[in-house]
Write a protein that binds this ligand. Structure first.
Ligand code: PFF
Length: 447
């Protein structure tokens, strides 16, 4: 079996992890969630969730990965707790399910890049979305997106993921800054910022019980936590730099990119007087594309925006494919190219139903968001906080100048605070799945 790779540099690891975190979640869902949930009031809760819950949870996955230098399934056995490999495996499964539909949405983005060049969505944005989001076009663009993902992962950690994300992340940031500056010049800028950033505390107070779990769920998704992905990435750390420092940098950059996306999306929407609704992912595509179709220079603006979105989606999808790939490559004598291609192919097939029906896509998304992700995070928290606590506390402090008090505080946070926060999210998540399935009529638990 080939020698296990490591990241070439510390910054290489940080770029790759930022690449995983920055994705459709930041540029697409985040601005719309904020807009439809009370603006700056939601932002406040979201930021608290990211820094107080997401950041310490990221360190849980880092600790497991770096300590074991193994893929997320074998890692637990390597640490002496083979029974717990089921937790890692559930994370890997979650990554695979997520990639199945994430790649479909990535395919939509490819269609929108083409549509910006040809002007195809300018006349009727709704019809364009309908044509590219379901059916043969969607299956095809899903295949193209998956093929690019496979292509990058096949080249490995240093020559594939590290090289790709080192180009993608700066490109995303520079282009977004450019678009935000452009957005500032649009007529809708003031109204857009107002909608985005003016807090509606009344709304927050009235909906606190549903907003908090939504913010916590979004915090985990945007930081790629609960998918075993950060275990896989940290397992390629052949060095002992400070995990809290690296994690802090990743969380901060990811948050800034999300905030920046809002400074692009809202001026564009308000430039044409569109009220951003809460109609979900699909509606967001339609409303934004519709706006690009109407403002001067919209085709260039739209093209740049969808290119950014594609780069962000790809830098995330490669982490989702790398995670199952790392398991097979670590344990079986197949080449990385063979494994990435085979797994990418299987996951592509698993995603086809979601390319044929947005309702099915919604189901995949809901099961990941409401059930799989919180269960996996809960299992990791119990493992790190209660089961393997000594080695976890030791590992989190390695390579740092922080005193032992940091590790102890973190450990108790992982033992108590994270399980409570994610447990609440899970209860509400299961409830919303039951509502979706028609088993429950409405929000009964926190009605
Ligand atoms: N963090 C990505 C986003 O915000 O779009 C999505 C994601 C990537 C989730 C990788 C999970 C993951 F493992």
């Amino acid at each position: 079996m080939a020698e296990r790779e490591t990241w070439t540099t510390r910054i290489g690891f940080i770029f790759a992890a930022v690449g995983s975190a920055v994705g459709l979640g930041n540029i697409w869902s985040f601005p719309f969630q904020t807009g439809s949930n009370g603006g700056a009031a939601f932002l406040l809760v979201y930021l608290l969730a990211v820094f107080l819950i997401g950041f310490p949870a990221m360190l849980m996955e880092f600790v497991i990965g770096r300590r074991s230098s193994m893929n997320p399934i074998s890692a637990f056995g390597e640490l002496g707790y083979g029974n717990w490999s089921i937790a890692g495996a559930l994370g890997v499964f979650t990554a695979a399910v997520t990639l199945a539909f994430y790649s479909v949405v990535g395919g939509w983005v490819i269609s929108y890049i083409g549509g910006s060049l040809t002007g195809a969505y300018f006349g009727n944005a709704g019809a364009f979305f309908g044509a590219v989001s379901v059916g043969s076009t969607s299956v095809l663009t899903h295949a193209i997106f998956m093929a690019i993902t496979i292509g990058i992962v096949a080249f490995g950690i240093q020559n594939g993921i590290e090289k790709a994300t080192k180009v993608m992340i700066p490109a995303i940031i520079v282009l977004l800054l450019g678009l935000a500056a452009w957005g500032f010049t649009l007529d809708g800028a003031a109204a857009g910022y107002e909608y985005y950033l003016s807090p509606d505390f009344g709304y927050l107070a009235a909906n606190f019980a549903s907003i908090v779990p939504a913010a916590v769920g979004q915090a985990f998704f945007t930081l790629s936590l609960g998918f075993s992905v950060m275990i896989a990435y940290a397992s390629y750390l052949g060095r002992d730099d400070s995990l809290p420092a690296d994690g802090g940098a990743i969380v901060v950059v990811n948050t800034l990119v999300a905030l920046l996306a809002g400074f692009v999306v809202f001026p564009v929407l308000f430039a044409i007087g569109a009220e951003p609704g809460s109609g979900g992912l699909g509606a967001a595509f339609v409303s934004l594309a519709g706006a690009f179709g109407q403002i001067p220079g919209g085709s260039v603006l739209g093209f740049a925006f969808f290119v950014i979105l594609l780069l962000a989606a790809l830098s995330s999808s490669i982490s989702l494919l790398e995670t199952p790939t790392s398991y097979v490559v670590d344990n079986y004598d197949y080449s990385r190219k063979q494994v990435a291609t085979a797994l990418g192919g299987i996951i592509w097939v698993a995603g086809i139903p979601t390319a044929l029906s947005t309702n099915t896509l919604g189901w995949y998304n809901a099961v990941v968001f409401n059930l799989l992700l919180p269960v996996v995070v809960l299992l990791f928290a119990v493992f790190v906080g209660w089961v393997a606590s000594d080695l976890s506390a030791d590992e989190v402090g390695r390579g740092t100048s922080l005193d032992a008090g940091f590790a102890t505080t973190w450990l108790w946070w992982v033992r108590i605070v994270i399980p409570v926060a994610i447990g609440l999210t899970l209860v509400l998540g299961i409830q919303s799945l039951l509502v979706r399935a028609g088993v429950l009529e409405a929000a009964v638990i926190l009605g």
